[in-house]
Design a protein around this ligand. Structure first.
Ligand code: UTP
Length: 292
């Protein structure tokens, strides 16, 4: 294949301008992305995953009431000075450190949909391929989901989405792929549809919150009309790239928690707490006792 669709992926977009209505009242004054799973906010899991995959520049698409997400990655001088004065380790703050200049925020003034949020980052993305992380989908595994995708990108280039299989009756809440040839964890993508009716869904493989896209998608988003749910859908513009550029899906070897829903959030909290070397045994004992 030519090198046209193979430039390295250095930039990532984190759309965090949604309203988080499914988590009200918790999300009235606190962004959904700062809700902690055990002791790290959701956004931290996504940034850690990005860093592991070699991402250097972090582009947050924010909106009103979302400034605290950006502050999470600031140097907290008073906090650090006080902790140091008290002889406390600053290590818990290490993941929050981003090289000065490498965190960029753009505003999405009105939450018109995910496609519109991504388009708001166009000036920062320029003519480079880029990753997208939806932080409320917590991808848990080692290597992380984006690292697995970058490894696949090194082989096939072009555009990639992460997918997983769900029971057919659940597909109507998601973007769904029409699969072509399968080669290990890689599936060729022949079509994409957002929130299809069960009877019309081309498969039960849903797109799960991680993308590597070529910059041409920005031009398509520019004129993208409203789609499912009256929102400007990223899926609709991605679908137009199929046939013009390579497009594959990667089945993530790991677990995905939908932390945008209450059940998924509780599941993530429990699964990660059980898996933590510093907490697992105690949490297991506590859970056993609770369940009788
Ligand atoms: P969701 O569909 O989960 O929407 O967005 P939401 O507003 O965050 O939450 P609910 O459904 O009201 O509870 C998926 C991702 O896209 C971002 C969200 O922040 C989330 O990361 N998003 C969505 C935007 O940044 N802007 C939008 O206009 C829509």
């Amino acid at each position: 294949m030519s090198d046209t669709f193979r430039k390295p992926v250095r930039k990532a977009v984190f759309p965090v301008a949604g309203l988080g209505t499914r988590f009200l009242p918790a999300t009235k004054a606190i962004p959904k992305e700062l809700l902690p799973v055990v002791d790290r906010p959701l956004i931290q899991y996504a940034v850690d995953e990005a860093r592991e995959a070699g991402i250097e520049e972090f582009v947050f698409v924010t909106g009103r009431g979302k400034t605290a997400i950006v502050e999470h990655f600031d140097t907290a001088y008073e906090l650090e000075a006080t902790m140091t004065g008290r002889g406390k380790s600053l290590e818990p703050l290490d993941p929050t450190r981003i090289q000065p200049g490498n965190l960029v925020t753009v505003r999405q003034q009105v939450p018109l949909g995910l496609g519109h949020a991504v388009w708001c980052a166009r000036a920062v993305i320029g003519d480079e391929p880029f990753a997208i992380f939806l932080p409320d989908e917590l991808m848990y595994g080692s290597p992380g989901c984006m690292k697995q995708m970058v490894e696949a990108y090194d082989e096939v280039g072009g555009n990639l989405v992460s997918v997983l299989e769900v029971p057919m009756e659940e597909v109507s809440s998601y973007g769904v792929i029409a699969p072509g040839a399968v080669n290990g964890a890689l599936t060729e993508v022949k079509g994409l549809v957002e929130k299809p009716k069960v009877a019309e869904a081309p498969s039960n493989k849903i797109v799960s919150g991680r993308y590597i896209l070529q910059p041409e998608v920005m031009g398509l988003l520019e004129t993208q009309g409203k789609g499912a749910g009256g929102e400007i859908q990223l899926t609709d513009s991605m679908a137009k790239l199929i046939g013009q550029q390579p497009f594959h899906a990667v089945t993530f070897a790991g677990r995905r928690f939908d932390c945008g829903s209450k059940l998924g959030f509780v599941e993530a909290t429990l699964a990660i707490a059980l898996d933590r070397p510093d907490l697992g045994d105690e949490v297991r004992a506590m859970a056993k006792k609770m369940l009788g």
